[in-house]
Design a protein around this ligand. Structure first.
Ligand SMILES: [Zn+2]
Length: 933
């Protein structure tokens, strides 16, 4: 093998079609020559210049075929050597998961604009020093510059516009890993025990650290393979992936400065200067890799790399100038360095592309998933690899050195499973351990990492500065509304500062000192800047900043402080400044894409489109007509069609056979392009989630793959879930596509996503909250909704957990009529807003949960007597709305909402439950969480 040649061929793959191919087709121009011209503009004078001559290399052509989606294979079969048949002049984009979702592209694209992108790319690539560096930069910048210049995305083929040209180009580069030597390896790795490891957390920062350790460790495991090209990582996509971009700027210093000037909404967050490493855990616990055949023993290589990285991680922790690191060194024979806290499962399939055949990738993927499924059945707890018996026996022999205990040894207070090696020594100001804590080596490392991630990351990723991160606590999130309410009106506070009494009180509650740290909570950062830039009295300013950064458990919820705050709150209220009460509850939000396994396997039926419809909808114009005719005709008729359309009859017969095969298998054969598009949709949706959460004052714990985990103020939870769910399906973009300027990216379309919103007290054990919220998510996913048609999953479960007991309600997140319309969740916030403002009495929520009226309403509903139902509900609601001019409007709004979802019901073993019951219950649970104690 020749790495240089492989990379040059991959470069050629990225340029084999011009990004404006669709516009060339519309103008009736040959795009091949134009592709070559563009490649020369972009690559001449750079380390990749030779690739300009390789665009029509047989291995590139083969990669192009191998990457192709099923519709393109069908089209190829159909038209044979008549390559330009059925020209299509309109430019559209269709969603590759559900091609019925389409968007017409009405933007004109001049050739000069395209040349400009290539020239810019050329300028940057000239700064790189060798082929490897240049390819990394090209991979990361090509599409990025295109978007930044405000150019539109077009399809790879106007006749089957299911894939954007960039998705197609990147998929072709991935396919080249196999066509280079006629085969290779499809590899799936995933980490077992992720959920448990994450749940084993006591503080919010432990939760962040747990997720981050998994992301960083998995990424660092494959880092060495990325030097063959970032295209070897099929999922999660490297495109727009913060871990990839941080790696890129680290490996190719010259690119770093250039990336900083890229102006794309949301991209600035990808490279965060304050952090010097990715801010969020965005790498999911599983990955799929497409590797060239010359990487022999890839499974062993990955497994070894994983163990090595874990060891380096431990070393990184022990090298820190932290006294607790010495305790880890002392307990090395515990075996934690050799045994990671989670195990890695690796499945692989050898792929032979030299024999041809259209379904090579689909077949390989299917066997890969089968193998992975088998491996998942085998559950091993990594802790059984530890020499625990020996260690604990030593203690009773009087030789042990574990944390002292009357019982011989104590269990870790974080995981509750392993013997602790350190215990809290009674110092109140301990940076790492808190009162009563005893930690095992794994949980201790997690805790240390949460405070000082930088040097450890530098050890495993090769970059990361030693930043001291300030992470908020659960109490900070629970008291958010109060804190933010107090800090809202700075000019008024400044005025009141002159009032002796208030000034004295404020002096006693505000904190005069604070340490400058890197703030992980975006809300704190924004507020810190706002207060800092304000022109209020300097003493007040210092006090407010200290208060903003202080730990709420002490600064607000401490016994004495709480009394003082109540007093101050009363005074301020007299002066016209109303501040919400001190809350004790926070929200944990968890989400997970529905049916991901099926969607990835091509079983598009789960999202409500049958295979036949999928195929016909993939085509556009004349070719669509012909495909439909072939589908519906007998074999005898094919002769006539062939004659009329000037096609080869034998080709038509083969096409029909292939169609029949697909339709009877009830799933579409998946392709590299299909998976490239999905992993691309997921990374964009994860970035959108991050923005949604930060804009609404929450904390992102994990956003990657189709999963999400976040901690947020209760008051923001519904807005976050609503925005995130809409974002997943592209409902906030343009025609159900994600939108970056003029650039459209297919979303997850009609695929559903379920959410679990868990509202609980800040002192309730986090382990129980994380575990239970995950069980509740399964309940949401088990939901079946009926509104004429039956639909599964795509639900939100809201749980309010207080004093050891919990109560839940379930709402649907979408109706399918016939597309997908989101259920309007903001109504919940509106209703609660009206209760808090006094327009509606809170007793409505209690009356609407139980009692005579509700029973009558439910009976009328189940008998289908909707007139009676409407009357009862209207009367019941009306009773609780305050008199006044807005009364009629409020009542009408609520009734309209209830009527809109009147027919929606949830079906379970016990029968059917109407939507409206869950609606009021949801509001009551949310309200309980907001009210505080
Ligand atoms: Zn532990």
């Amino acid at each position: 093998m020749d790495l240089r040649e492989l990379i040059l061929l991959k470069t050629a793959a990225l340029f084999h079609d011009p990004p404006d191919k669709a516009w060339c087709l519309v103008r009736g121009e040959k795009h091949e020559k134009w592709a070559e011209e563009l490649a020369h503009i972009a690559l001449d004078g750079t380390p990749l210049s030779e690739a300009g001559e390789m665009l029509s290399d047989e291995r590139v052509r083969e990669a192009d075929r191998l990457a192709a989606s099923v519709d393109r294979v069908l089209l190829g079969e159909l038209i044979g050597d008549k390559r330009g048949a059925f020209p299509e002049k309109s430019i559209k984009l269709k969603n590759p998961i559900n091609p019925r979702i389409e968007h017409s592209i009405q933007v004109d694209l001049g050739k000069d604009k395209v040349e400009e992108v290539m020239r810019e790319l050329n300028g940057v690539l000239k700064k790189t020093e060798n082929v490897e560096e240049a390819y990394l930069a090209l991979f990361g910048l090509y599409e990025l510059i295109w978007i930044a210049k405000g150019l539109p995305s077009g399809p790879a083929d106007t006749r089957i516009p299911t894939h954007t040209v960039f998705d197609h180009l990147y998929a072709t580069a991935t396919a080249l890993n196999w066509t280079y030597e006629g085969g290779g390896l499809l590899l799936h790795i995933d980490i077992a025990g992720v959920q448990d490891f994450i749940a084993q957390s006591r503080r919010l920062r432990d939760l962040w650290a747990s997720s981050y350790i998994i992301s960083a460790l998995l990424w660092s495991t494959v880092l060495n393979l990325i030097r063959y090209g970032p295209d070897v990582v099929l999922t999660p996509s490297c495109r727009f992936n913060p871990f990839f971009y941080c790696d890129l700027t680290n490996r190719v210093q010259a690119i770093g400065d250039y990336l900083k000037i890229i102006k794309i909404e949301g991209f600035e967050e990808i490279l965060c200067e304050r952090f010097s490493f990715p801010r969020f855990a965005v790498i999911p616990g599983s990955m799929t890799l497409v590797l060239p055949s010359f990487i022999s023993d890839a499974e062993v290589l990955v497994e070894e790399s994983f163990r090595r990285k874990w060891k380096e991680f431990c070393e990184g922790i022990m090298e820190l100038d932290v006294p607790l690191s010495r305790d880890l060194e002392r307990e090395m024979r515990y075996g934690f360095m050799e045994v990671p806290p989670f195990s890695m499962r690796i499945s692989s399939v050898r792929v032979d592309t030299s024999k041809g055949g259209d379904n090579v990738y689909a077949k390989a993927f299917e066997s890969l998933m089968n193998e992975n499924r088998k491996k998942k059945l085998l559950k091993v707890n990594p802790a059984c690899m530890l020499p625990l018996t020996e260690i604990t026996r030593e203690i009773f022999d009087g030789k042990g050195s574990l944390a002292d205990s009357k019982r011989g040894f104590d269990y870790c207070t974080m995981c509750g499973k392993l013997p602790a090696i350190v215990r809290w020594d009674g110092r109140a100001s301990d940076e790492f351990l808190e009162e009563g804590e005893r930690l095992c080596p794994y949980c201790l490392m997690k805790r240390i990492f949460s405070r000082r991630p930088g040097p450890v990351l530098r050890r495993i990723l090769g970059y990361g500065g030693d930043v001291k991160i300030s992470y908020p606590s659960l109490a900070d999130i629970a008291t958010f509304e109060f804190k933010d309410g107090f800090l809202r009106d700075l000019p008024s506070l400044d005025k009141l500062w002159k009032d002796g009494k208030i000034r004295e009180l404020m002096g006693r509650v505000l904190e005069s000192q604070y340490e400058e740290r890197v703030l992980a909570w975006k809300y704190q950062l924004r507020k810190f800047e706002e207060i800092g830039e304000s022109s209020i009295d300097p003493d007040l300013k210092r006090g407010l900043l200290g208060f903003l950064l202080a730990e709420s458990e002490v600064a607000i919820l401490g016994k004495e402080k709480r009394k003082l705050w109540s007093e101050l709150r009363r005074y301020l209220e007299e002066k016209g400044i109303v501040i919400p009460p001190i809350g004790m509850y926070y929200a944990l939000i968890r989400a997970d894409g529905d049916d991901m396994g099926s969607i990835l396997s091509g079983e598009v039926g789960v999202i409500g489109i049958d295979v036949k419809d999928y195929i016909v909808s993939s085509f556009e114009g004349k070719s669509r007509e012909v495909v439909l005719r072939i589908m519906d005709s007998d074999y005898e008729k094919l002769k006539d069609i062939a004659k009329e359309e000037n096609l080869n009859e034998e080709n038509l017969r083969k096409t029909k056979e292939f169609l029949n095969e697909i339709i009877s298998s009830r799933k579409i054969p998946v392709s590299l392009s299909y998976h490239v598009s999905i992993s691309r949709a997921l990374i964009i949706s994860a970035l959108r989630d991050i923005k949604q959460i930060e804009d609404n004052n929450g904390i992102v714990i994990y956003a990657g793959g189709d999963d999400l985990l976040s901690i947020a103020p209760v008051s923001s939870a519904i807005r976050i879930i609503d925005g995130s769910r809409r974002g997943y399906s592209g409902l906030d973009g343009s025609g159900r596509f994600h939108k970056l300027g003029n650039y459209l990216i297919p979303s997850m379309g009609d695929a559903g996503r379920s959410y679990s919103l868990y509202i609980t007290h800040y002192r309730y054990p986090l382990y129980a909250v994380v575990s239970d919220s995950s069980l509740k998510l399964e309940v949401a996913k088990g939901s079946v909704w009926v509104d004429g048609r039956e639909r599964k999953k795509d639900s939100l479960i809201i749980t309010y957990s207080a004093r050891g007991s919990s109560e839940s309600s379930i709402l649907p997140l979408s109706l399918r009529d016939p597309g997908l319309s989101p259920v309007d969740l903001r109504f919940l916030d509106d209703l609660i807003g009206k209760i808090r403002s006094g327009d509606i009495s809170v007793s409505l929520l209690y009356e609407a949960s139980r009692g005579n009226f509700m029973e009558t309403a439910e009976r009328a509903w189940s008998m289908g007597k909707m007139e009676i139902f409407d009357k009862v509900i209207e009367y019941m609601i009306g009773r609780h709305i305050q008199r006044g001019e807005r009364r009629e409007d409020i009542l009408r709004e609520i009734m309209e909402y209830i009527k809109r979802y009147e027919g929606v019901r949830r079906r379970d073993r016990d029968g059917e439950e109407p939507f409206f019951l869950n609606l009021f219950k949801s509001c009551r649970l949310l309200y309980s969480g907001l009210r505080g104690d």
